[in-house]
Write a protein that binds this ligand. Structure first.
Ligand SMILES: Cc1cc2nc3c(=O)[nH]c(=O)nc-3n(C[C@H](O)[C@H](O)[C@H](O)COP(=O)(O)OP(=O)(O)OC[C@H]3O[C@@H](n4cnc5c(N)ncnc54)[C@H](O)[C@@H]3O)c2cc1C
Length: 504
């Protein structure tokens, strides 16, 4: 007996129903289409991933389910690797097309996608990967890249999905029972307070509230760790898991920009959406950014890969209030603003001389919005590993004075310091013993003594770093790196700027 003909829509980091090119194609085909997501044990166990990510994915799937219910349609998710689950399906169905978005992910997902492609080829299944976010697969240079991003992605028509036309496949219950996939851990299915909940519907709520109200102080408060929680869009996890497409947001902005009194804010916001694709393209162009310094010469820095400094940094126990508050905030809810992220990496790299790889892995687990294509190039940039960006070293004390002068953020996340006056929060170790006792915070007892003397260690480590950065080998690598990672207008700027240093 011949098997029923079906298509499969494999959801990955594209957990939405709007502007979904793969889904639009599946709807247009008319053949019954199975909507499928796999919670892959190998990916769930990857060191970069955390339960918080899978909870967000689960919530996003529940939201899709809820939306589809209105159309009497269903999406399925299983706890299985992808190929075995497809093989199970192939025993009962003739799979004509497998549709998905391409993913610019970690090596593990890159290899998985190659394996799926190979498996499909062997089975005679046509596998279509739709490009995402204007990213060009395999591109080794940036010539005409900007023009392409604008024209072929941001300004191109949205991929509208006519859900009423989508012919979805309902799986017989006995098949699912027969396959007996293990249940998902209960912790993934339980919402956790403090974290942004997943889902396309919630993404739209964030988007509307940002445009209507929250974004009015965007540019002013972008760098403030407390106020930015409201004033930034907070769209990052929704973009990372594809609950909304960056193109949808860009097109909404196009309508708003010319008429809007707060267009300064919207322009700044727009540039960040642009950076998003720009950064993701870097990882797409060279997946090795995940494991090697962008400029290989910096392998010679021999930074520390384990030990008490790394552990103290991870736990938010460095004795530097802004570093500790940022880390503890991330542990509790998965988000801090850009500046605090940059400071965490810069502090770990230049004050503690830690290797960028354990830094990247730890922060990936903590960031609810972990997006490999932004994450690895940003970590490398802040750790000074490109050799062409301005080197910025963030002084955690200066961040307190400039961006949390009343200590609102610090006192929330480092309660040991709650009675300490804000004037001491930049350098609490400078309080006299009498002050420490008066403010109920004995340094070294209630709150850690600083791990290092910041100014003197930075002077040493900066020199150590700078010698290598100015070496002939470092400079020799630059032309190829600039060609690969920078848009043409920036190449000239970077060629002139390779030796700039700023202390923030
Ligand atoms: C070391 C380091 C690691 C980072 N890792 C990630 C990551 O894993 N995932 C992630 O989404 N962002 C990452 N960022 C970028 C940035 O900090 C976050 O995107 C931003 O804080 C998210 O908050 P938001 O959505 O309110 O941003 P908004 O300021 O409202 O910006 C809107 C969107 O633009 C994009 N964006 C914002 N800033 C940048 C930037 N500097 N580069 C590229 N895209 C940007 C994001 O998708 C963001 O959601 C990292 C930054 C640093 C310094």
């Amino acid at each position: 007996m011949s098997k029923p003909l079906i298509n499969i829509l494999w959801f990955k980091r594209d957990l939405r129903l709007q502007d979904h090119a793969a889904l639009a194609q599946a709807a247009a085909d008319g053949i019954p289409c199975l909507l499928w997501y796999c919670f892959e044990p190998s990916l769930m166990a990857a060191p970069e991933m955390d339960l918080r990510h899978w909870r967000f994915v689960h919530e996003s799937l529940l939201d899709l389910q809820q939306q589809l219910q209105g159309y009497q349609k269903k999406i399925y998710w299983v706890h299985s690797e992808v190929i075995p689950s497809l093989a199970n399906l192939a025993e009962h169905y003739q799979i004509q097309h497998l549709y998905s978005h391409a993913e610019t992910g970690i090596k593990l997902t890159f290899d998985r996608d190659k394996a799926v492609k190979k498996w499909c080829l062997k089975q005679g299944i046509q596998y279509h990967e739709f490009p995402h976010d204007g990213i060009i697969r395999g591109r080794k240079h940036r010539r005409a890249w900007v023009e392409n991003l604008e024209k072929a992605y941001f300004k191109a028509p949205l991929a509208v999905v006519d859900l009423s036309q989508l012919n979805t496949l309902a799986l017989p219950k006995n098949l699912l029972e027969q396959w007996a996939y293990p249940p998902l851990p209960a912790v993934i299915q339980t919402p956790q307070e403090g974290f942004q909940p997943g889902g396309e519907t919630t993404a739209w709520r964030y988007l509307h509230s940002f445009f209507q109200e929250r974004g009015k102080n965007y540019s002013l408060q972008l760098s403030k760790p407390a106020a930015s929680r409201i004033s930034c869009s907070r769209l990052s996890p929704y973009l990372a898991y594809g609950c909304v497409s960056s193109r949808t947001i860009m097109q909404m902005l196009r309508g708003k920009l010319p008429h809007n009194a707060g267009s300064w804010n919207l322009k700044n916001f727009r540039s960040r959406l642009w950076w998003r694709s720009h950064f993701i393209q870097k990882l797409e162009s060279n997946w090795r950014i995940e494991i090697e310094p962008i400029n290989p010469v910096f392998n010679q820095l021999e930074r520390i890969t384990e030990g008490p400094f790394l552990e103290a940094w991870k736990l938010g126990q460095t004795g530097f209030p802004m570093v500790d508050a940022s880390m503890r905030c991330l542990q509790a809810n998965g988000w801090v603003n850009f500046r605090m992220r940059a400071m965490l990496v810069s502090f770990a790299s230049f004050a503690l001389w830690l290797d960028w790889r354990p830094i990247a892995t730890h922060l990936a687990r903590l960031f609810l919005d972990f997006e490999p294509g932004i994450h690895y190039p940003q970590i490398q940039m802040q750790a000074g590993l490109t050799g062409y960006h301005t080197l910025r070293i963030y002084n955690p004390g200066t961040q307190v004075i400039k961006h949390d002068p009343e200590g609102i953020f610090i006192k929330k996340w480092v309660p040991e310091l709650q009675h300490v006056p804000s004037t001491h929060l930049a350098e609490p170790w400078k309080m006299t013993p009498m002050e420490q006792s008066f403010y109920q915070c004995k340094i070294g007892q209630d709150y850690p003594a600083p791990l290092v003397d910041f100014e003197s260690i930075i002077a040493i480590n900066k020199d150590r770093y700078w010698q290598l950065r100015q070496s002939a080998a470092a400079k020799q690598a630059l032309p190829k790196l600039l060609e690969q990672f920078c848009v043409p207008k920036d190449i000239v700027k970077y060629q002139q700027q390779t030796n700039t240093y700023v202390q923030e």
